[in-house]
Design a protein. Structure first.
Length: 98
């Protein structure tokens, strides 16, 4: 997770499993997050994610993060890695939190 500061992005540290964290089972997490992002049904919620470009715009999700570090524009990248270490999927999205 990176926060936009001026015209560039700065890595957000991992605090209490929020921010730039490693998650042991990203596929499991993806199947929980994806339906909330999938307002138009365009994004596959299975894992691995099939190759392609997917778009979802103007989705509003209620989140409650402590502090002002979590307000602003963000770029989030999730990499799905196999048990042997190879990348099987990658997802990146941009969001604004107010």
């Amino acid at each position: 997770m990176e926060k936009k500061v001026a015209s560039f992005f700065v890595k957000v540290p991992c605090i209490d499993q929020i921010g730039s964290c490693m998650y042991p089972n990203m596929c499991e997490l993806w199947t929980k997050i994806c339906p909330k992002l999938n307002g138009n049904g365009n994004i596959p919620c299975n894992c691995p994610i099939p190759p392609g470009n997917y778009t979802a715009n103007n989705i509003i999700i209620g989140l409650n993060f402590p502090g002002t570090i979590y307000t602003g524009d963000f770029r989030v990248t999730g990499r799905f890695v196999s048990p042997t270490g190879g990348e099987i999927s990658c997802v990146q999205f941009f969001m604004t939190m107010a």
